[in-house]
Design a protein around this ligand. Structure first.
Ligand code: E4P
Length: 217
């Protein structure tokens, strides 16, 4: 499963990328707004840090305007994936951008029918928001399983990007379900490596080592 960071912070991306296993980045208008930076400059910087797909979202609501915005975003760097909302105009824009060879991430997906339409429109990937579904007492992970089955049934090449991840268990379940990509906030990315028994074990190894290998005085 590919691991992406869901952030607009170049600092966080730099830190996560230093682990050597960051596959890509997703941004959205809320995350980018928090940074208070020029969008194009920010995307250019992210593209210098990570050599993988970088999702950048359009903010227009009509297909023609989305396509125009998407083309401009795609010109910034070959790794830019244009993010388009899962509304009828977004599907039209997806069809057009995809036909031009521009990769599209269809976002704000909350149902299997939406995901089916995104795949039929030619999306490179679809982003089901599992955390926001869990928030309203729905089962986000069940949606992932349904979409994966539907895509497999008809051999769609659209990737399932598990989004709106709230905790490491979401990452585990995404991997068990066979999600292709999982995007997460930096805090969760950091949590993936942590285990208290690792820290306790390491401390003990090092103290045992030091006890036996003290230089003789
Ligand atoms: C996905 O690409 C979105 O940016 C993101 O995962 C939304 O997550 P949230 O529900 O935590 O805002």
């Amino acid at each position: 499963m590919k691991l992406y960071l869901d952030t607009g912070s170049a600092k966080e991306i730099r830190e996560a990328a230093s682990y050597g296993l960051l596959d890509g980045v997703t941004t959205n208008p809320s995350l980018v707004s928090k940074e208070g930076r020029d969008f194009t400059d920010l995307l250019k910087e992210i593209c210098t840090i990570v050599d993988g797909p970088i999702s950048a979202e359009v903010v227009s609501l009509e297909a023609e305007a989305m396509v125009k915005e998407g083309r401009e975003l795609a010109k910034i760097h070959k790794n830019i994936v244009v993010k388009v909302p899962l509304i009828p105009e977004g599907l039209k824009a997806t069809r057009q951008l995809s036909s031009e060879g521009i990769r599209v991430n269809v976002t704000l997906c909350f149902s299997p029918t939406q995901a089916l339409l995104a795949a039929k429109a030619g999306a490179w990937c679809v982003s089901p928001f599992i955390g926001r579904l869990d928030d309203i007492s729905s089962d986000g992970m069940e949606l992932i399983r349904q979409i994966l089955t539907i895509y497999e049934n008809y051999a769609f090449s659209t990737l399932v990007l598990v989004a709106s991840v709230r905790h490491p268990q979401h990452v585990v379940e995404a991997a068990l379900a066979g999600g292709h990509i999982c995007t997460m906030p930096f805090g969760i990315f950091q949590q993936l490596v942590k285990h208290p028994l690792t820290d306790i074990g390491l401390k003990k190894f090092l103290s045992d080592w030091e006890a036996k290998n003290q230089p003789k005085g």
